[in-house]
Ligand binder design. Sequence first.
Ligand code: ZN
Length: 523
Amino acid sequence: MASLFVTAAMLTSSLAIAQRPGGGPPQSIKDATVDAIVKEGTENSQLEKLAHELMDGIGPRLVGSPKMKQANDWAVAKYTGWGITSRNEKWGEWRGWDRGITHIDMVAPWTKSLEGTQLAWSPSTGGKTVTGETVVIPDLADSLAFQQWLPSVKGKFVLVSMAQPTGRPDYNWDEFGTKESIEKIRKQRTEQTQAWTRRISKTGYNARTLAVALENAGALGVVQCNWSNGFGVNKIFSANTKKTPTIDLALEDYGLLYRLTESGSKPQISVRADSKETGVQPTFNTIAEIKGSEKPDEYVILSAHFDSWDGGTGATDNGTGTLTMMEAMRILKKILPNPKRTILVGHWGSEEQGLNGSRAFVEDHPEIVNNMQALFNQDNGTGRVSNISGQGFLHAYEYINRWLSRVPGDIRQHITTNFPGAPGGGGSDYASFLAAGAPAFSLSSLGWSYGNYTWHTNRDTYDKIVFDDLRNNAILTAILAYMASEDSSKTSREKSVLPINPRTGKPGDWPTPTKATRKGGLN
Ligand SMILES: [Zn+2]
């Protein structure tokens, strides 16, 4: 309780702590604008409401889906309500697909509703419930033997994933297992995984082409389990089939079917999957801006991708980054309605298929990218910001530290910096701007088990959001935007000599721009 009290007290205090250049005790910098930002973000936070509207009210935001467009329109309406100019800017087209219900049941040898879903862009079952036996990809000598076996999949569902030897994540084994049993299960999993990789490769296909070969041979559907090494979590990506559904099952249910199939119990499942193809759809970035009063042609950009995978509701990837930037814009409009430079926010489309929305924006708006003061991107989960890298810019040390010096100590204490750092080559949208030589930075967050539990999983939902950390991030972002906007000097783009590449023996190269995919998912 004491630490809670300290946090609250520090949030409402006007003190920010700055390190003197020569070391020595921290000194406080009083800044009324920072105080007002902290107060607005703390006492009038809109984050819970926005999170509910976006994650629960709209849901996941797969590129080209009706929900993505609904989210674009929702964001424009929010900004309009806050008096901020905004627009949906078309940058491309994508295969349109609308997720429907997926019902999956085991109907023999006994009855059980199974936990699973269609993968994104998976074909439907054509308005019917389809029932069939399950079969496992067999371990055959070579591709010739596989071709001979292939016709036997006709009228069956094919299990294409390995059955995991344990549904317990590593940390659970580490907590309770004996040394011997931990070693044994790890060894078993490694050997089994290698054997499964060999089994698939001997078919003569890879994961992508195998799915197509199976459906062409008359399989009713492809069943997989992309376990994410945690209790109840699977990664949900896109289907490789073109005519028949691909479904992902929870580890528990997949293991059940797999073992029953192997033991000759001839399990049957029934599947109904009602997705719809909606044709070619336009794709958008949602852009909003607060015009600069002195240097309107210079830009501070707040950045977060808006799209998501659709196994969950895209809460931490990247609902939280999205809301951080929206809330920062709301606060800024209220506290700093006439910034010196223009503050623009970009909610990018199709980051998940290759940073496409932000790459398109960089291609379409050289006048903005060439006049960027700074960009702040957030896209690695719900946690409080814990690291900022200079991304290889020689003088980032000076300006980022200058901006951070006004950030209250209770927010800054969590942040380590590294300068000059090295430019990120991908991973999220700041890389699109970096590749163009523009000063773009990643506000990198604490993990909160992002990699296993929420990143691209069926469990990336509202309840995983840590609102205290999100408030921390919205306030931090608003302060950084304020400082970057009002800074008397323009940021330097001078690049540092990058670390030696061990392969070439020469300094590394700065990343170069990659073209946006403007028409996707249509082949
Ligand atoms: Zn993301």
